[in-house]
Design a protein around this ligand. Structure first.
Ligand SMILES: C[S@@+](CC[C@H](N)C(=O)[O-])C[C@H]1O[C@@H](n2cnc3c(N)ncnc32)[C@H](O)[C@@H]1O
Length: 375
């Protein structure tokens, strides 16, 4: 899995447990990012959908959610990956932009990424394994990058992993099929209300919670997947279309975000809604709770401590190596709001009260607004 801001690595078991307790047989991860959460749903036999506006996230979802491991010829896949890995290096756009004009990767790896990506473009454009091959390449590149986990800046000195050679691995595919979309969440919510649209028992929402845009934070993955070789600008060589309004998300705008989220919570068809949110968010805990509680007959809130992403712990450096921002507080809370039928919500609340006492206590002591639970 790629390094990803706001990735729900630590919350995955919690979210999988909630899905299991809810009895959902179908679930949608509306802001899927790495697809970690959708994968955990799929892994427990739930027919899963995954959506994200990012092109790279759609490819990850096509690989991990839509691709059914049972239909894949793994011998063929391994042979293709081995053959791609042996492609002679050929420096091109990627090397020039991300290894020469900026220093996200070492040129030796950039030249291999260029050569392999070109071959996927020309030889596997319509191949069912295309998303799997692109995922293999993206994850290989992620393992040799020189960042703190986001692509607004690269490190002053090379990260030790950047010296390693790019190594393509076979992604760990899951059994079962799924749905994937590359759509704005609010638009998809409306489309899912139409007759003949797939139905989801449970919908999980994990929207961005501040002004940091994924389109610019992960612009290299966007470019690697689109392979459109855009004009780039600035120290980080961001895509020029990062300036276009259509690449902005309402969820990164302070004034629009609460309205977009309220609209989404109110319109997305489901029996159980799960919303995770961070205490650094623009919307207060109480407002979020009330939003979920207003739509569903019953609602509960759980809070979990989680370490902030590593970039915040060491501060941000400019290309001259000067620290340009200080780390802020290093601990934050992840909230998980659940709305649904009273019996479902009670079951979830009781299970967490019995099995996760430490996190419940933490929520009450760390957060000034203690987690409220309404059965
Ligand atoms: C907090 S991250 C999700 C992380 C994910 N749960 C994981 O574990 O990897 C938020 C995601 O929302 C996506 N996003 C931003 N605005 C969106 C929108 N309007 N509709 C759909 N997805 C959006 C971003 O591309 C990003 O991947």
């Amino acid at each position: 899995m790629i390094k990803y801001l706001g990735s729900k690595r630590t919350l995955v078991p919690v979210l999988a447990e909630i899905a299991g307790l809810s009895g959902a047989t179908t679930a949608l991860d509306m802001f899927t990012g790495t697809t970690r959460v959708a994968g955990a749903f799929k892994d427990q036999g739930i027919v899963t959908g995954a959506n994200d506006v990012a092109t790279y996230a759609k490819v990850l979802a096509d690989c991990y959610i839509a691709t059914d491991a049972r239909t894949v010829d793994f011998r063929e896949l391994r042979e293709i990956i081995k053959d791609l890995a042996a492609t002679p290096p050929a420096p091109g756009y990627f090397t020039e932009t991300f290894c020469v004009e900026s220093r996200f990767f070492q040129p030796k790896n950039g030249a291999r990424i260029d050569a392999i990506r070109d071959r996927i473009e020309h030889e596997f454009a319509n191949h069912p394994l295309r998303p799997v091959l692109l995922t293999s390449l993206m994850e290989a590149a992620d393992r040799v990058d020189s960042t703190t986990g986001q692509q607004m800046a690269y490190l002053k000195s090379w990260a030790p992993r950047a010296y390693h050679d790019l190594e393509l691995r076979t992604p760990e595919l899951l059994d079962g099929t799924g749905w994937t979309w590359n759509a704005d969440a609010n638009r998809l919510a409306r489309d899912l209300a139409k007759p003949d649209a797939p139905q989801f028992d449970l919908v999980y929402l994990d929207p961005p919670y501040n002004q940091h845009r994924y389109f610019t934070n992960y612009h290299i993955w966007e470019t690697l997947i689109r392979w459109d070789k855009p004009e780039s600008y600035g120290v980080a060589q961001k895509r020029i279309d990062a300036r276009d309004p259509e690449t902005h998300s309402a969820y990164n705008r302070r004034r629009e975000m609460p309205l977009a989220l309220a609209d989404l919570v109110n319109t997305v068809p489901c029996e159980t809604l799960v919303l995770s949110y961070n205490n650094e968010s623009w919307v207060a805990f109480e407002e979020l709770f009330d939003l979920v509680a207003a739509r569903f007959p019953s609602a509960t809130a759980l809070a979990f401590d989680s370490k902030r992403y590593v970039g915040a712990q060491i501060g941000v450096y400019n290309p001259e190596g000067r620290r340009v921002s200080q780390p802020t507080h290093l601990r934050n809370l992840e909230y998980v709001f659940v709305g649904g039928a009273p019996e479902t919500v009670t079951k979830i609340r009781k299970a967490f009260a019995e099995h996760h006492r430490d996190t419940a206590a933490l929520a009450a002591t760390v957060n000034p607004a203690p987690a409220r639970t309404f059965g």
